[in-house]
Design a protein around this ligand. Sequence first.
Ligand code: RIB
Length: 293
Amino acid sequence: MSNICVIGSCSMDLVVTSDKRPKAGETVLGTSFQTVPGGKGANQAVAASRLGARVTMVGKVGDDHYGKAIIDNLKANGVSTEYMEPVIHKDSGTAHIVLAEGDNSIVVVKGANDEITPEYAKQALEQIEKIDIVLIQQEIPELTVDEVCSYCRSHDIPIMLNPAPARPLKQETIDYASFLTPNEHEAAILFPGMTASEALTQYPAKLFITEGKQGVRYSDGSKERLIPSFPVEAVDTTGAGDTFNAAFAVALAEGKEIDDALRFANRAASISVCKFGAQGGMPAREEVEELLS
Ligand code: RIB
């Protein structure tokens, strides 16, 4: 069993479905409203746990009913919340999601996720007994991402940085990360003035650019490879990237070769989009293995 530590956001997703996405200044009628657990960090933790990893979540919630529900949900999914304490003076993070016209739009209010300081994250890393890989994303303070990547490099702990939502990164942080998994839009912001192919060539077996329905592209050092995704009828793509990252990390931590790990991750992500909610469709290990075989 692999040991994964996720440092990242834990939020409540407030999801409205509508036939039409409103334009600026427009009001439209929606068809449903649901509140479901989300946040890129918590999503990745839940996905990795369902895929068979031992997972520790390092994150913060508010001292409110969303915070309690978020922690209960992590526990129910087998994720250790030993290092999570509610923040008293802040609300839990929320993501305000509109599902319309086959895609989502999201506004994130970080709330307590902004309290994930470098000190808190590093203290947790010092205490967690065995870590095969750390997973981190960008709904938490920039400084924490930078310092955790530096800490992991100096302590020889592999770290996968999922640079979402997009923002420019310091060169050292790019260098310290063991794996970077941007989508095409995020990659363009990380590597301005470079084509995707140039960036892939510069970071072989480290940079993995996800291209949605197309699959994921990387360079093996001599050529570019595209590992195709699995075609499915998507119901809700929210959390597909999180499932991909978690599954890729689990597979690498278990020692799978890169192409096999990417196929496993693509398969898991393709299953996750078949149900509503970021975590609603995240598969159990057996489902992924059965479909892969
Ligand atoms: O990656 C999907 C997640 O992004 C959603 O669950 C939402 O919380 C947003 O942060």
